[in-house]
Ligand binder design. Structure first.
Ligand code: URA
Length: 238
């Protein structure tokens, strides 16, 4: 945390909702470094002492989850045409979480979920080259030369820069594993469209060192070790 709004700090350190936190602030129940603050947007720093009714508050630790997303759910925080994948999480304060690196509604597989914006931002930053492995099912047999073209980078429709080198491992004529280090809009589908093929099923099975190890629709907490490995590889250096 560098700085955070005061109402958010209270939400993340008590059971109060953001709306309740604002009321506490307006009711003059909150002090920062001993002074009552009545502005919800007041920025607090990690070294500040925030107290509610005289009791010092401590932020809850960040949460890091791995979910095996089923088809027909979206990676947004709110339900739209399809329900949000966050509906699958039976835990408190789900609204504080977000998905790091989205999948399309019809794509299945590994998504990471957290309330640590710094961690997720750096994990999804193309410069940090965190590898994502997709199992791809194609409508047409894979034509020759596609692996080389993906390795060299291709120009997607409507874009002006080549895709980053991507590695293709061929399983059989209609199934491949594709490793990307960036996440452009509908990237896998558009890459195969650019070489005259069509993706009929897409499944993310790995992000960085993390492999999907739970069944569809299930989730688990990441271990501290898993969080720190990803942080060490893709985040600390950023
Ligand atoms: N590429 C796509 O086309 N869709 C996804 O969901 C992820 C990567």
């Amino acid at each position: 945390m560098s700085t955070m709004r005061l109402d958010k700090f209270i939400g993340k350190s008590t059971e109060y909702s953001l709306a309740d936190a604002k009321t506490c602030i307006e009711d003059r129940r909150v002090a920062v470094n001993g002074d009552i603050v009545i502005v919800a947007s007041h920025q607090v720093h990690k070294n500040n002492v925030v107290a509610l009714d005289g009791s010092v508050l401590t932020l809850r630790p960040f949460r890091y989850l791995l979910l095996n997303k089923p088809a027909g759910m979206i990676c947004s925080n709110i339900d739209e045409k399809y329900p949000s994948a966050l509906n699958l999480l039976d835990i408190d304060k789900v609204e504080e979480l977000h998905i790091a690196g989205r999948l399309d509604a019809d794509t299945t597989g590994l998504v990471l979920i957290t309330d640590d914006g710094h961690w997720s931002f750096h994990l999804t930053l193309p410069q940090n080259k965190c590898a994502k492995v997709y199992h791809v099912t194609l409508s047409q047999p894979l034509s020759s030369g596609v692996a080389e073209r993906f390795l060299q980078g291709i120009l997607l429709q409507g874009e002006s820069t080549l895709t980053q080198p991507a590695t293709l491992r061929i399983i059989d004529s209609h199934h491949v594993l594709l490793t990307l280090t960036e996440g452009r809009y509908h990237q896998v589908k558009r890459m195969f469209a650019a070489v005259g093929n069509r993706v009929i099923a897409l499944h993310r099975q790995q992000i960085g060192t993390l492999k999907l190890d739970i069944s569809t629709g299930n989730w688990r907490h990441l271990s501290n070790n898993e969080v720190e490995i990803l942080r060490g590889r893709y985040i600390s250096a950023a």
